[in-house]
Ligand binder design. Structure first.
Ligand code: PPY
Length: 313
């Protein structure tokens, strides 16, 4: 079932669920619906299946559509890629989290090994263009330069594979997962085509209420966005660092969101730290201290810390 951007198909899913309320579904341990941007075989879908084995996945045209599906109750979870080892944080995806009423429930990191996929019989020498998600094209710049092909960005990696397959494009290849090749009947003509051998992507899994049940006893971490009205970035940085350092709370990420985000605020940063505002007093105090000097603070969620790098292929 495809969900278009802004669509609210809650009625559709109610048909699958027999109109049963959320609490009752949880009691019966009914499988979750996890929304993601792309089509089956996209890395985000593989992340959803790895994080929530046996879940139903809900393909969406855009990331905003996936988050809206959670907000509207159509899906239980949505998956968002937020950073990769090769090019850092996908800052625009944090904007999406800020604009919607969802909480981070989990993190999952996947090892991403890109394949070059083409219709059976196609050889590298015959390729004129390669299609994929813009991030995947950027991660494979050297291989693409060697091939001397045009780069054609599309909405997701598996979408490129499906397009190639349905349009029978014999002069094109796609960069995507081997799983996408299996689903749409393309052959792997090369693999591990990313510029750096070590390439992982971290995804956040969001829900309406944050984490429910799973991993409740694992060490926690918290993601937070802080905005400051003035232009003094150093002063803001010092205050945030001191609030956490003075209470012995470890930061796992601190990054400025570039551009004028949240409209009115001059400076906005993402801060991830160990511990939970819900469960630990020193963490709560650190956040309170940041709140006292910041113009805006939003805790995106407290969730089980997961440092595992999951292997797909
Ligand atoms: O296009 C996909 O398959 C996605 O899920 C987005 C993406 C693209 C490249 C690396 C990780 C996630």
């Amino acid at each position: 079932m495809a969900l278009t951007h802004g669509g609210n198909g809650a009625g559709n899913l109610d048909k699958h669920r027999g109109g049963v309320k959320r609490e009752e579904r949880e009691m019966w341990n009914e499988k979750w619906w996890v929304a993601y941007q792309g089509v089956p075989g996209a890395y985000s879908e593989l992340a959803a299946r790895t994080a929530c084995p046996g879940c139903f996945t809900l393909p969406c045209r855009t990331l905003t559509g996936a988050v809206l599906a959670v907000e509207s109750g159509e899906a239980d979870r949505a998956v968002l890629p937020v950073e990769s080892t090769m090019d850092g944080t996908a800052l625009r995806n944090y904007d999406i989290l800020l604009r919607h009423d969802v909480r981070v429930a989990r993190e999952i990191t996947l090892f991403v090994r890109y394949c070059l996929l083409a219709l059976p019989g196609v050889r590298k020498a015959g390729l004129r263009r390669v299609m994929s998600h813009p991030v995947a094209l950027a991660h494979c710049g050297r291989a693409l330069a060697r091939l001397g092909v045009d780069r054609e960005p599309v909405e997701d990696t598996a979408g490129a594979v499906r397009l190639l397959s349905t349009r029978r494009m014999f002069d094109a290849a796609a960069i995507a997962s081997a799983r996408a090749g299996e689903i749409y009947g393309l052959d792997v003509i090369d693999e591990g085509v990313q510029d750096e051998a070590w390439n992982t992507t971290r995804f956040l899994i969001v829900s309406r209420d944050g984490e429910v049940g799973a991993g409740a006893r694992a060490p926690k971490k918290t993601s937070m966005v802080v905005a400051h009205a003035g232009d003094d970035a150093m002063a803001m940085l010092r205050r945030v660092l001191s609030a956490f350092a003075s209470r012995g709370v470890n930061l796992t990420k601190l990054e400025w969101l570039k551009g004028r985000r949240l409209r009115v605020f001059a400076r906005v940063m993402v801060v991830d730290f160990e511990g939970s505002v819900e469960e630990e007093e020193n963490v709560r105090e650190a956040v309170k201290e940041v709140e006292e000097s910041a113009a805006f603070v939003r805790v995106l969620g407290c969730y089980a810390s997961d440092r595992t790098v999951y292997n797909l292929e």
